[in-house]
Ligand binder design. Structure first.
Ligand code: ADP
Ligand code: ADP
Length: 225
């Protein structure tokens, strides 16, 4: 597990600055949700934490180690996207096992780990299925499984529920919350949905125009007049 320290973080696209020197300390095991209108810089910030976007200034540390120049795979993080990228030609088990591709584990150890993750996510009866024979929620659980299987210190979620219908969204919200309670992993979750933020977050970070406007527990932020 690992906390995340963000200091004076800056991102520019060409001449346009889109993240304006933000500071934030995320505790080990904390569930932090970034909210704010479209275009305010949430996703860019998350992608910088993931190592998918170059940092122009400032630092990001994960577990006390500056990661500015580390490749995504060297950061001990896993990212789950809105359009869950699972492979249609692979079974559920193979999709999850794909997360272990570079792990160096032997076949038996991989299999054991895939089974553990499937158990946690309720995917055990579905291991041999193809994604085309799964519901949207089941597919999203496979994507989470592939991220989980490497036992990352940090989970990053970029609007993972936006493409699901309302009922499924509510169900997946609960599942992600339970997963956090069970694993205790640090989670950074980006959404524009205030209900998601309210139900999931230990702390909510409100962004506007590349700045952090407010940080607080859900009750602190939304019970104010
Ligand atoms: P959010 O996740 O809050 O919707 P983003 O972080 O995706 O916002 O985007 C922040 C700003 O950066 C927006 O103005 C967006 O248009 C701009 N932006 C994002 N990605 C790029 C890119 N690859 N090139 C240029 N501008 C970008
Ligand atoms: P291989 O082609 O290496 O014999 P498969 O294509 O059947 O193996 O599966 C690829 C990986 O998916 C395996 O390494 C294993 O870890 C995992 N896997 C496949 N089927 C299962 C299963 N039923 N339960 C757990 N893990 C599985």
């Amino acid at each position: 597990m690992a906390g995340i320290a963000i200091e004076r973080l800056v991102k520019r696209y060409g001449p346009t600055q889109v993240v304006h020197g933000i500071d934030l300390d995320i505790q080990d095991g904390e569930f932090v949700v970034f909210v704010g209108p479209s275009g305010c810089g949430k996703s860019t910030t998350l992608r910088m934490i993931a190592g998918l976007e170059e940092i122009n200034d400032g630092t990001i540390s994960i577990g006390g180690r500056v990661v500015n120049r580390l490749e995504p795979k060297e950061r001990n993080i896993a990212m789950v996207f809105q359009n869950y990228a699972i492979y249609p030609h692979m079974s559920v088990a193979e999709n999850i096992a794909f997360g272990l591709y570079t792990s160096g584990l032997d076949k038996a150890a991989k299999r054991k780990r895939v089974e553990e993750v499937a158990e946690v996510l309720g995917l055990t009866p579905l291991l041999e299925r193809r994604p085309s024979a799964l519901s949207g929620g089941q597919r999203q659980r496979v994507a989470i499984g592939r991220a989980m299987v490497r036992d990352p210190a940090v989970f990053l979620f970029d609007e993972p529920l936006s493409n699901l219908d309302a009922q499924l969204r509510a169900q997946m919200r609960l599942e992600i919350k339970r997963l956090h309670q069970r694993l205790g992993t640090t989670i950074v979750f980006v959404t524009h949905d205030q209900v998601e933020a309210m139900t999931l977050a230990d702390r909510i970070v409100v962004m506007r125009d590349g700045h952090i406007l407010q940080v607080g527990a859900p009750m602190e932020l939304y019970e104010k007049p």
